[in-house]
Design a binder for this molecule. Structure first.
Ligand code: HSE
Length: 423
């Protein structure tokens, strides 16, 4: 029987779930895996949360050093998030020769490569299954099997909060009330700005790029857009076009070129991600030999995410080298400006004769081929009316220039949006 003594830092949603699962399933984990997971100490800012979980005072500390420095502890589980204190905890954990398990995508996106090198050198595990896709068995199955094949691309709905908001808005809910529901249900970040502005997805895209392509990107070089500008009108028009709008994080390689991006996209019915609704996450991975596969499940929440942390703890007795992050590839990271797609563009156009003609003349100027124009008639008595233009395949940079020119001209309000079709 192998014993693992752990210290948990952070008793928030995931910490609580971890505590509950270990306590309730200790004997079944022992039977199934021949491993006993013992919680030696837990740390949080104050005793309140520990008290709620009936954790004895002697198991509790508010000083994480008492966990990272405790010689009885083999593995530190960091569940506080962020990249400042969490980074110090990670460094110290490895310094004190302990394994490090985390759900922290921002930490792994920014420092995973460095931490992994230190851990491997010291024959320690750095594990982070819960950092992408919440409870979905994703990163370890990439490391253990999918990576055997050459991964060509991944496309994912990687943020439950955004997917929940977009799903509810498509049914008529307002943005803010959908967001507060997501917060109440516990899958929004402590600061939901990170969910909404696409940065949570971007951290996950960085981690996926490390796992799938062996490339550690600089997040500042990735095109990141969130869902702030999506209006209910966009979801209605998307429906008319037999599409849905989803926030997609993706990575794709073509020879030596790599594209990484986070932005809302229009998905058609035949896209496997089309039916992924509410807080669910899903990732589509395309690789040589295997072809496309999709992983689907809860991307957030107390018990699913805690379950992913436990799978890391169980894997602690496997070979280190098979688990270490393999960063070795150099790619030419493509700029979104050079990408081409069909686009959905929505303007709020001044409701006067000739304004639409002036806008479409800009499309002619930039040689952008219009496919469809939709103006919603029942709201056409407003001072500014929503007008949607879909285009044939066009270059991102040209449309971007067109949009700024239209804004400057005063023909529309400044809230226009351009969304690529995923095809
Ligand atoms: N805030 C994240 C989400 C959960 O909404 O998906 C954990 O990454």
């Amino acid at each position: 029987m192998r014993k693992i003594n752990i210290g948990i830092i952070g008793l928030g949603t995931i910490g609580e779930g971890l505590f509950r699962i270990i306590n309730s399933q200790k004997s079944s984990i022992r039977k199934k895996f021949n491993i006993e997971i013992n919680i030696i100490k837990v740390c949080d800012l104050d005793y309140k949360l520990a008290k709620k979980l009936k954790i004895e005072k002697k198991l509790f500390t508010n000083n994480y050093n008492q966990i990272v420095e405790d010689p009885k502890i083999d593995c530190v589980v960091e569940l506080i998030g962020g990249t400042t204190i969490a980074k110090t905890i990670a460094d110290k954990t490895l310094k004190f020769n302990k394994h490090f398990v985390t759900a922290n995508k921002a930490l792994i996106a920014m420092h995973g490569n460095t931490l992994s090198r230190v851990a491997t050198k010291k024959n320690l595990h750095l594990m982070y299954e819960a950092s992408v896709g919440g409870g979905i068995p994703l990163l370890n199955s990439i490391k253990e099997s999918i990576i055997i094949n050459e991964i060509k691309s991944f496309h994912g709905i990687l943020n439950g909060t955004c997917n929940y908001i977009l799903s509810l808005m498509a049914e008529g809910k307002e943005f803010n009330s959908a967001l507060s529901e997501a917060q109440k249900l516990g899958f929004a970040e402590a600061d939901p700005t990170l969910d909404i502005n696409g940065y949570d997805t971007a951290h996950k895209v960085c981690v996926m790029a490390q796992e799938c392509f062996g490339y550690s990107p600089n997040i500042k070089k990735i095109h990141i857009e969130g869902i702030e500008k999506i209006n209910k009108i966009d979801l209605d028009v998307a429906k008319e076009l037999n599409c849905k709008i989803k926030l997609i994080g993706k990575g794709k390689i073509k020879g030596k070129d790599l594209s990484l991006s986070v932005n809302p996209m229009l998905l058609k019915k035949d896209n496997p991600l089309f039916n992924v609704e509410n807080e669910f996450n899903a990732v589509l991975i395309d690789s040589k030999n295997l072809g496309p596969i999709m992983k689907y499940g809860y991307g957030a929440g107390m018990l699913p995410t805690a379950s992913a942390v436990i799978t890391d703890l169980i894997r602690l007795n496997t070979d280190i080298s098979s688990k270490a992050m393999q960063i070795s590839k150099k790619y030419n990271l493509l700029n979104i400006n050079d990408s081409k797609s069909r686009f959905y563009i929505r303007f709020f156009v001044v409701n006067k004769s000739g304004y639409l003609a002036k806008i479409t003349s800009k499309f002619a100027k930039y040689k952008i081929n219009i496919e469809k124009i939709i103006q919603n008639p029942h709201i056409a008595n407003l001072k500014k009316v929503p007008v949607v233009i879909t285009t044939k395949k066009s270059k991102f940079s040209e449309l971007d220039k067109l949009l700024s020119e239209v804004h400057k001209s005063g023909l529309t309000s400044k809230e226009s949006i351009m969304i690529p079709f995923e095809e």
